[in-house]
Structures are given as structure tokens and as C-alpha cells.
Design a protein around this ligand. Sequence first.
Ligand code: SAM
Length: 269
Amino acid sequence: MNHSEPNVVPKVYFIGAGPGAPDLITLRGARALGAADLVLYAGSLVPEAVLEHCRPQVQAINTAGLNLDEQRGWYVQAREHGWTVARLHSGDPAIYGATAEQMEVLRGLNIGYEVIPGVSSFTACAAALGAELTRPEVSQTIIITRGSGRASAVPPKEALGGLAAHGATMCIFLSGRQLESVVTELLAHYPPETPAALVQRVSQPQERSHRAPLAHLLDGLTLSEWALTTMILVGGALGEDLGVTSRLYDPEYAHRFRRADKPDQEVEA
Ligand SMILES: C[S@@+](CC[C@H](N)C(=O)[O-])C[C@H]1O[C@@H](n2cnc3c(N)ncnc32)[C@H](O)[C@@H]1O
């Protein structure tokens, strides 16, 4: 660690750690992690395995047990010592990362920051299911949401029922403790046979997933086992029947990068 230059204004890198596998962080994120003097990581979600990208003996603080003021204390120390800080968040920091409040603290301390995006858990879950979340004429919209929680209530206009009425693909975060109420609300809008899935700790050694039609999603499960680090996915796009295909790879469909077999049909992609 280079603690030798006091009063140098440091920089904080908010880094998306990805869903947990150490090789699902971006190259830029891994490099920033490897260059940091101090690492603050959200240990409730970011496995220690991701810290393999850090310098040996770097000071790595698990923020799971720290309130914002205590985290501020670390930023103050970093400013005093001129440390570069890696602030590691699970998935992508822009999604349920509580980063905005930290950024406000940093602005107040006159500390610069930069965000390095990450692989969000919802796309990692789609990958684990071998699914595409958008399907022509089935759904071209992905709704990312969560059930209301103690730490942050969901605004009433964004209640699950209202969002489910769109029939789009939904990826529901932070709701493993509310599986029954979530499924009940979804069933008020989606047909019972709609494909649905639970994916837990995707990309980590404990990863598991469960797929079923929505009406039967919870049948036979011990719900308490799915309470943490679980994603709920629902929507027709998750089905295995391909149905309508996009025109993108149709030989008669042309766009800027490919000519059509029938050139008179050439159109913009
Ligand atoms: C505080 S949010 C963080 C989301 C994160 N910023 C992201 O982009 O994935 C935590 C929730 O994300 C989801 N999540 C995070 N990591 C996950 C993983 N490895 N597998 C499944 N779901 C995960 C779960 O719904 C969990 O309750």
C-alpha cells in the first residue's frame, strides 16, 4: 500500500463485481481493483473470491456491517492518506447499489469518483437459464423491479401488480423472502402457464435454478431456502418454444451491414 502521500485527493472507483464468479468482473474493473490501496466491498453479496484481483495484503473492508457514516470514515481516511479506493458492488453498481448516497458523501468530501459497470445478476440469470429475455412478438421489454422492502419502499405507482399488467419479461430482485406474495400478484396478470424461474447465487459455487409454469413455481420448494440472493424471472420469452423469429437473420431482410437476396427490399436495420 502506498500510504506515503498525505493530503493527495484520492479517487473512488465504484466497481461492478458482477454476479459473483471472479471471472465475471470486467477487465477494467479487475484492473482498478488491482490498483486500489483500500477496498470496500459489499460482503453480503460479493464473494471473497472476487478479491483475488486485489493486491496482496491490501486492506479490504467488508461494508455489510457498516452504516453510511462509518463508510464515510473510511473515505475520510482515504482522503487523508491519498489512497485510491475500490468500492465493490455486486452486479452493476447502478442497480440497487445504494451508490447515490455514497456519491453524495464523496462530493461533500471533495473526493472524485468514477463508475465501472458490471454484469448485472439479471443478465447472468438469463445466461444460466440459457434464455433470451426479449423475443419478437412475445416481449420486447424487460422490467427490473423488486418487492417492497424495509430499507426502501417501492413507490405505489410501481407496485408489482401494475407492472405485471404489461405482460413483459420481469426480473424481480430482492424478493426471495416474499415469494408467495410475488407469485400471487403476478398470477393476477400472467396466465398460469407463463414460464417462470428462480435462480439463486448465479455464477457462484452454490448456484441453483428452478423453472416451472408460474402457477406451479413454488410447488414442493422449501421457501426459506430461497430467501437470499435469488432472482425471480417471469415472462413468455423464457419459454422454450421459439414462436416467431426476428427478421434480423432472414435472408430477404437487408440492413446497413448486409444486402438482401432481393435488393429492392433494402431497409435500415
Ligand atoms: C442489492 S441487490 C444488488 C443487485 C446488483 N447490483 C445487480 O446488478 O445484480 C441484491 C439482489 O440482486 C439479486 N442478485 C444479486 N446477485 C445475485 C446472484 N449471484 N444470483 C441471483 N440473484 C442475485 C438478488 O435478487 C438479490 O436479492
